[in-house]
Write a protein that binds this ligand. Structure first.
Ligand code: IMP
Ligand code: MG
Length: 334
């Protein structure tokens, strides 16, 4: 039977999913890696053999010679995809024969990008995501199978995972995050896809095949977009500099705030998180301020240990085994 491990972001994207995907690929023998939502709005930063790569649509599996699929829940920009593939090939990462696009994934067209380019309300990445999903649901979109340049990449996900004999172990790589989810995020300041672990299942998998759900968050929060998110406090520009909080796709400065413990608890429960990674502990340690927010209340801690103990105690009630909660620092492999 097929088994799935799923990676989800529990905040507003940019919490380090790429790093965890890379770690899991090294650790486990996956037969496939699949991106299950979004498109070129994502920016996954990956250090592979000491070299920095930023991928937008291509799953991390290509770095390990694993079959990598852009799933039916995604929207694909064929032009950006071609460029991205060429860039990886240039650096010695073999993409040909490893990268596949689901026949029933939808296409981002030039018109979609043009339209999204005029957005002033949401602060989108201008990658045509909203218009592409709108057309998909309005039943006037274009599927990958009818785009000539994608022919060499096409894959039938049903055949691949349900075509008889197969025993697959799949890593499902999510994009964006819980706070940006079309249904559970802070509407309308959201993206247009399903960012939760449930979204992975919609790409051709039955619920009982899900094994581990890796939830990824930072020990503080960042958000990129039009809504006001960052409180006035000189500590946040410091966090932005030390944490290098600038968009991997657009280069925009990310607004910062303290960890919202209620949002984290909600995200853990609704995603069914079994393993949690809270990253960038070193950034708060460098700044020397450790705070967590809960509604209007701000919890203040004397040190990192205090913050960690508080978060661990809260998450215990959300159903993750304590040994599966990991705090990491920027230079860690996880
Ligand atoms: P869109 O997905 O480009 O339509 O953008 C909608 C909102 O999601 C905007 O606030 C974007 O900044 C944000 N967003 C989309 N993709 C990402 C991502 O990969 N990381 C962080 N924010 C993102
Ligand atoms: Mg990102």
């Amino acid at each position: 039977m097929t088994k799935l491990d799923i990676i989800v972001d529990l905040q507003y994207g940019d919490s380090g999913k790429g790093k965890v995907a890379h770690f899991l690929c090294k650790k486990n023998k996956y037969t496939h890696v699949m991106r299950y939502n979004g498109g070129a709005n994502a920016g996954h930063t990956i250090f592979h053999k000491g070299v920095k790569f930023v991928t937008h649509q291509i799953p991390v599996g290509v770095f390990f010679g694993v079959k990598s699929i852009i799933g039916p829940g995604c929207v694909v920009d064929p032009i950006v995809l071609k460029k991205e593939a060429a860039e990886l090939e240039k650096h010695g990462i073999k993409v040909k024969g490893r990268l596949f696009v689901a026949k029933n994934a939808h296409i981002v067209t030039e018109a979609h990008k043009h339209e999204d380019g005029g957005d002033k309300k949401i602060g989108t990445t201008k990658r045509g995501i909203g218009p592409a999903y709108r057309d998909k649901f309005a039943r006037i979109g274009v599927r990958a199978e009818s785009v000539k340049s994608l022919k060499p990449y096409l894959i039938d996900v049903y055949e691949e995972f349900h075509g008889g004999h197969k025993k697959a172990t799949v890593l499902c790589e999510g994009a964006q995050g819980f706070g940006l989810d079309i249904d559970w995020g802070d509407y309308p300041f959201v993206t247009s896809s399903h960012c939760l672990s449930g979204g992975a299942l919609l790409n051709g998998f039955a619920p009982k095949t899900a094994r581990d759900v890796w939830g990824i968050a930072k020990v503080y929060e960042t958000y990129v977009g039009q809504k006001k998110f960052e409180p006035k406090d000189p500590v946040f520009p410091k966090i932005r500099e030390i944490g290098e909080e600038y968009g991997a796709t657009t280069g925009r400065p990310r607004q910062c705030n303290w960890l919202d413990i209620e949002l984290l608890e909600r995200a853990v429960r609704l995603n069914g998180v079994t393993h949690l990674v809270l990253s960038k502990m070193d950034v708060l340690d460098t700044v020397g301020v450790w705070k967590v927010r809960e509604g209007k209340k701000i919890h203040i801690f004397k040190n990192g240990a205090g913050l960690r103990a508080f978060v661990r105690a809260r998450l215990k009630k959300s159903g993750i085994p304590e040994r599966n909660v990991h705090f990491s620092v920027s230079k860690d492999k996880i």
